[in-house]
Design a protein around this ligand. Sequence first.
Ligand code: MTE
Length: 367
Amino acid sequence: MTSVRTWGKRPGTVVQEAVPFNAEAAAAALADEEITPVDVFYARNHGPIPDVAANDWRLVVDGLVDAELDLSLDRLTSEFAEHEVTATLQCAGNRRDEFVAIRPIPGEDPWGPGATSTARWHGARLADVLASAGVTDADDLHVEFTAPDVAADASPAQAYGSSIPLRKALSREVLLAWRMNDEPLPRLHGGPVRVVVPGFIGARSVKWVHRITVRDSPSDNYFQASAYRLLPADADPGAGAGEGIPLSSIGLNSAILCPADGAVLPPGPVTVSGYALGGDDREIARVDVSADGGATWRPAELSASRGPWAWRFWSFTVDLVDGTVDVVARAWDDRGGLQSESTAALWNPKGYANYSWPRRRIVVGRS
Ligand code: MTE
């Protein structure tokens, strides 16, 4: 598909929308490497992708600050210490396809489990930049990020923006990133500079950020005040600003990437594999897998922890004998929390935050 080539993604990438470009990796490609290669990393865009030359990029820091800043890329990269954080970004619409199977969600892309990926991000700590503007206390304030891309799907159409609480903005993991997996941050992923807010929904990791404003209330931007909010199941999806629960930290989640649902496989051992993410600052402690629809469970193999901000891969071998096999997974975090069981119970009109137990049916077939 042309848009896949244009944006440098791997053949086989699943395009949800060509314009603006919204795409997720084929499940097998995503399952291949724990640090997602840039050409596999999902892309989520609400508007046309800006083309901001590194030399032209400026970042203004204003609002409730002691000293306003106006930084060039040169100043950002030379005056502030560079830090590395390995973090998973996860879109709030990840796994929406499972909600859609229960009840349609018009106007929203039916993302599979690939609207999430993990990269090594390099950049300055947002806390350091805020400190040089005189903001150091985690008061009950908010930090708004604004970008130049104008989103036609906002009502009214407006530049993309969102905000996070100041206490999160001052934490060590939040970066103004200019490198992704040791490459200069690609244009599609927010280059020259984007915000990376580990543990929070991807919508808060604002790309092409050019203004940071400290405020006494959350951003009024459409993507903070109206979208990315959990509405009651019977609500009008077009509910106005301030309705529903604003999404910030990601919930405990896991997904099955291989094999595909409905796969017909010969008898014998098959490896079932996927990812799990604690969400917020929680680490994954265990993933259980059931090969009998949830009647009995065994712990899966987990990859080494990279800390709370990154997913862990898991795998489990099922011995296929005959008939159909219903595989279910469930993740536990390091505080004893268990992933929610029911997809139907989590259904909401915009299809956000599907953190339910993933399921796959495998059909055992003899050729
Ligand atoms: N930033 C801007 N400026 N415009 C956008 O449309 N999309 C957000 C976020 N930052 C968006 C943005 C959403 S919803 C997600 S999930 C992540 O970027 C996706 O980041 P990626 O495209 O690098 O995967």
